[in-house]
Design a protein around this ligand. Structure first.
Ligand code: MLT
Length: 263
């Protein structure tokens, strides 16, 4: 697998990305508080068949740190990246918070997209209780550590039968994020729009992938989203919770390949 890893300067921020494979591109967006490493196990399964680009959103992973940002800012970064790299219109696949960014992008710049894949995510915005929890988590990150955030999130992230290796890698990824980025992302997620009207109005396919045991974005919730969109397929991934590409890379890669067979 020939892999190019580099930085692209977008909106005055250097975003780290990796680009491998050939063909029509699929851009993968990670969740919270994570980075592109969540895709490591599916890249070797996808890149013999597709061109795949993974990106660290501003502040996360190897991308530059950032002052406070909104979901719209994250989507504008992705729009800028797609434009600079001449990728559009292309397939964007976002997991959880990456799914919020992808839906925000679809509402702001649908012309840059040919296909949306939403993994383990939600369309509706936070209710009051969830919004209050975002503030508490931002405070936890700032007052304590990324480790404290990981401790709080871990019980909901993975399927009950997950392996110690997957848990250890997920913890490493979560604990390595900047605490300020975690806090900014909490506020960006708290303030995100309701994307249900966006996804129901799109004229390209909107596919859904969800872990059978996802405790954050449940299969019921994603079945409801699937029923609302104009075109799209729903893939339920066995033996996986919220982080499908790490928990069941084979089934997740197969779903992405089937979803994009007519790109
Ligand atoms: C994620 O995995 O990105 C988060 O669980 C999203 C969220 O908290 O809404």
């Amino acid at each position: 697998m020939l892999l190019c890893m580099a930085y692209e300067l977008v909106q005055s921020t250097r975003l780290w990305y990796a680009d491998a494979g050939t063909g029509k591109p699929i851009l993968l967006l990670h969740g919270f508080p994570l980075d592109s490493r969540i895709w490591d196990d599916i890249l070797p399964l996808l890149t013999p068949h597709r061109r795949v680009i993974t990106l660290d959103l501003r502040g996360f992973g190897q991308s530059d740190e950032s002052p406070a940002f909104s979901m719209r800012q994250l989507a504008l970064d992705v729009a800028g990246f797609i434009t600079l790299k001449k990728l559009g219109p292309c397939c964007v696949a976002g997991l959880s918070m990456g799914g919020y960014v992808a839906q925000e992008l679809a509402s702001e710049h649908p012309e840059l997209l040919s296909h949306l894949i939403l993994l383990d995510t939600k369309a509706e915005s936070d209710n009051t209780e969830a919004r209050n929890k975002r503030i508490e988590m931002a405070k936890l990150a700032r007052d304590q550590s990324a480790q404290a955030v990981a401790d709080q999130m871990m019980p909901k992230m993975l399927a009950p039968q997950h392996t110690p290796e997957v848990e250890a890698k997920l913890r490493t990824i979560m604990q390595s994020q900047r605490t300020e980025t975690i806090a900014h992302a909490c506020i960006a997620m708290r303030d995100r729009e309701n994307y249900l009207n966006t996804i129901t109005s799109l004229s390209f396919p909107v596919d859904m992938i969800v872990g059978q045991h996802d405790a954050i974005s449940s299969p019921e919730l994603m079945r409801f989203m699937h029923q609302k969109v104009n075109y799209g397929r729903l893939f339920e991934i066995p033996n996986a919770g919220h982080i499908t590409p790490m928990e069941n890379p084979q089934a997740t890669a197969t779903a992405i390949l089937q979803s994009t067979e007519n790109l």
